[in-house]
Design a protein around this ligand. Structure first.
Ligand code: PLP
Length: 384
């Protein structure tokens, strides 16, 4: 069997072995309900506490500020709807960006249909967002600012801690939510020193199984629960906790955060190697890296291959065991709103591949990728 070259980490990471082992072990051995009063329940509760502490340490916050959810989609929905409901008497204005993931964009669209006034900020010509933009948009009746930390399609980094400070200077009562999914364990953050109130993360983007995530909710910040029931997770998110997934999430976070700096340097190396090999082999103008790499996460590259639709190239690469995305995996077939907001034409967006690196990526993977892209361009161009 040919080796698999998985370069789609922004869609989901290859699971970390320590996370898989913990998940399976807890599933078969520590199966108690954490709410039960006997020893089995107590052991399950202990695993949740340990995971909460590991995640709190990686986020630089108190463990009690972590609310486990079924993933970042739920965390984002809880943050947006929960904050809007808690602040409904203070106002109906929300500031967000035009490049949010649907897990934020769709709940906000729902609020717009219900009468909220929504401001979707656009990036500047170089694709950047500034704190001033946010500060200028915030008014006394703004109840929520929701912005992503790292864009899932292009890797663009937003200065979220500075944005939160700028927002609070104008309106200290306005809640700040950050979708931290793509930046968590890849970039440093210390939430306790920040003005960020709510911060969403997802397990499967860093090597834990799918179906687990969390919302950081700063101590003293009130949001209205969206799931009612047994009152788990401090009453904010009812439902019996998935102990195997939570324990596994903690292990993945512990491992990923301990390798964060090394993984960042490696990703910079992969991006440089890709550029060197691609520009060497592929004619200038036939390949284009989107965005300004001085404000982008090196783990995510958005690359346009001239005159070849990304889906066609994606399936060509797949034949050689190489897995990448066309734009964002979550946008399946839909036109990318993000690339449009960043000023790319429909044709450029259609030709854009997302290549993303993670813990098993090697230089050989990058060499094989460039080789196959080069061959693919030749083969597919001849077929046209
Ligand atoms: N937010 C961002 C930026 C993402 O990239 C994703 C996943 O693609 C999500 C939210 C949703 O996360 P989950 O798959 O855990 O629901």
């Amino acid at each position: 069997m040919e080796t698999e070259i998985y370069l789609d980490y922004a869609a989901t990471a290859k699971p970390l072995q320590a996370a898989v082992d913990e998940c399976v072990r807890v599933l078969s051995e520590d199966y108690g309900n954490p709410s039960s009063l006997h020893r089995k329940g107590f052991l399950a509760e202990k695993l949740i506490t340990a995971s909460r502490e590991m995640i709190g340490a990686a986020l630089g916050c108190k463990s009690e500020e972590i609310i486990f959810t079924s993933g970042a989609t739920e965390a984002d929905n809880l943050a947006v709807f929960g904050a809007a409901a808690a602040k409904k008497r203070q106002g109906k204005r929300i500031i967000t960006t035009a490049i949010e993931h649907p897990a934020v964009a769709e709940p906000i669209k729902r609020l717009e249909q219900e009468g909220y006034d929504i401001v979707r900020l656009m990036p500047d010509q170089s694709g950047r967002y500034s704190c001033e933009q946010f500060a200028e948009a915030v008014t006394s009746d703004t109840v929520l600012v929701s912005a992503m930390w790292v864009n899932n399609e292009t890797g663009l980094i937003l200065p979220v801690t500075e944005i939160a400070e700028a927002v609070k200077r104008v309106n200290p009562e306005c809640l700040v939510h950050i979708d931290g999914v793509q930046g968590f364990c890849r970039l440093p953050i210390v939430l306790k020193n920040s003005k960020i109130d709510l911060f969403s993360i997802s397990g499967h983007k860093l090597g834990a199984p799918k179906g687990i995530g969390a919302l950081y909710c700063k101590k003293g910040v009130r949001i209205i629960p969206q799931l009612l029931g047994g009152g788990q997770e401090g009453g904010i998110r009812s439902g019996t906790e998935s102990v195997p997934l939570i324990a596994s999430f903690g292990k993945a976070v512990q491992e990923a955060s301990s390798h964060r700096e090394k993984s960042y340097d490696q990703a910079c190396g992969f991006r440089e190697l890709f550029k060197k090999l691609a520009y060497n082999k592929i004619a200038e103008g036939d390949i284009k890296l989107h965005g300004d790499e001085t404000v982008a996460l090196p783990h995510i590259m958005s690359v346009a291959i001239c005159k070849i639709r990304s889906e066609v190239m994606l399936h060509y690469l797949e034949q050689s065991g190489i897995y990448v995305s066309s734009g964002s995996a979550c946008a399946k077939g839909k036109q990318s709103m993000v690339l449009a907001a960043l000023g790319y034409s429909k044709q450029e967006a259609d030709e854009t591949l997302r290549i993303s690196f993670g813990h098993d990526t090697t230089n050989e993977h990058i060499e094989k990728l460039v080789e196959c892209l080069y061959k693919g361009m030749d083969t597919l161009a001849r077929k046209r």
